[in-house]
Design a binder for this molecule. Structure first.
Ligand SMILES: C[S@@+](CC[C@H](N)C(=O)[O-])C[C@H]1O[C@@H](n2cnc3c(N)ncnc32)[C@H](O)[C@@H]1O
Length: 374
């Protein structure tokens, strides 16, 4: 057991360097977590998988260190965000994007005098959640983004636009769903977009210089209970954090962003595991959670190389008032899956709430780093 002990005290560490600060995403783990694992257990030429890649934290770190990085997430915004955070842009793309922002700025200056006739994009809840002038500016920005020929540049711009959507909507904040009138003036949406896109571009430019010349990136918008796109024995290291059951509805979190960007919500809604929808609304039993996790671990086992390691960060949860000690559940079914349990490092969140995921702080529940070997 002691071979697999790792010191994970990240309190006070900067978790926002390079592209890690791009765009909000719930329940990210600190980049230092995959980094210390990759530095200790990675070696040249390895392929690293995060089957619940979220905002792409593992993938960014894997690419910085020169590994092949594979990310899977059921949420389409997650795979888009991960791609933008982990894909370096050449100097020519950075120049194109600066020119794009300058064009938006100059259009914004004359917007009130020369406003073109705009057919506002129709999204569900438009009038309740967006002022008309904001909806016009968002539509215009999307139309402009649609004219950009290069896909990586377009995706970058979509993420910059996505990041301001809650700010310019009537939604109170990322975590509060109430609608309130923010009296957003004309041009505000353009200015927010340009400011955000330039800030993100500085980050991507810095990342592009720091990223390793070796290694690759692959992303799949898919359900990790079925990793059929990955070959048997193709993965050296898994570093991931599955959902903590009954804690979030990731598919709902970026609802308006997805509507503006035409990202499908239904696929994530029906295939997200561990959601509050399943356990609080649909009242599914805790056995469903165990069964879903087991399918994911079976797939991880299949795609891992012999001797490969998996590092799983996961928290306890409460389903139908029952505390689910998830480390016991996972270690309990591992003999059936076939992975050897090398170590379980648990943190009592009341005392060490910043150890893994700083946002997960409920009493009684623990968060675990489970280390498994094939
Ligand atoms: C705790 S978050 C991961 C956060 C990530 N470690 C980061 O730093 O951004 C869990 C992720 O699992 C994803 N997820 C839930 N069900 C899934 C499934 N069946 N297949 C793949 N991903 C899933 C959610 O969309 C969410 O992005």
């Amino acid at each position: 057991m002691s071979d697999y002990s790792i010191d994970f005290d990240f309190s006070g560490a900067d978790t926002t360097y390079l592209t890690h600060s791009l765009h909000p995403y719930p329940a990210k783990f600190p980049p230092q977590l995959p980094r210390v694992i990759l530095e200790k257990y990675g070696s040249a030429g390895m392929t690293v998988l995060d089957p619940f890649c979220g905002s792409g934290t593992t993938l960014v770190e894997a690419r910085l260190l020169g590994f092949d990085a594979v990310g899977v997430d059921v949420n389409g915004l997650s795979t888009l965000l991960s791609k933008v955070k982990a894909t370096p842009l050449p100097a020519s793309a950075i120049r194109d994007l600066r020119a794009f922002m300058a064009k938006v700025e100059s259009e914004a200056e004359t917007w009130n005098k020369h406003r073109p006739a705009i057919e506002v994009k129709q999204i569900e809840g438009l009038e309740h959640w967006f002022q008309h002038n904001v909806a016009e500016e968002l539509t215009h920005l999307l139309n402009l983004i649609g004219t950009v020929g290069d896909e990586d540049e377009r995706d970058f711009l979509k993420i910059a636009l996505s990041s301001i959507i809650v700010r310019v909507s009537n939604q109170e904040s990322d975590t509060r769903f109430a609608a309130r009138n923010k009296n957003i003036p004309d041009n505000f949406t353009f200015r927010q977009f340009v400011g955000r896109a330039n800030e993100y571009l500085d980050r991507v430019a810095e990342y592009s210089k720091a990223v390793s010349k070796t290694g690759s990136l692959a992303l799949y918008n898919a359900d990790s209970r079925n990793l059929s796109m990955l070959a048997d024995g193709s993965i050296d290291l898994v570093i991931t954090s599955p959902p903590y059951a009954n804690t979030y509805d990731y598919y709902l979190y970026h609802k308006f962003r997805k509507r503006w960007l035409d990202i499908d919500v239904k696929f994530a809604q029906y295939n997200e595991i561990g959601s509050r929808r399943e356990y609080s609304s649909l009242k599914k039993p805790a056995t469903q959670w165990t069964a879903d996790l087991m399918l994911c671990f079976r797939e991880m086992y299949r795609v891992m190389k012999q001797g490969g390691l998996a590092f799983i960060v996961i928290g306890d949860s409460v389903i139908k008032k029952e505390l689910i000690k998830i480390d016991e559940v996972i270690c309990g079914f591992m003999p059936e899956v076939g992975l050897e349990v090398c170590n379980v490092i648990s943190s009592d969140l009341a005392e060490h709430s910043r150890m893994f995921n700083p946002t997960f702080t409920q009493k009684n529940k623990k968060e675990h780093l489970i280390i498994l070997k094939k």
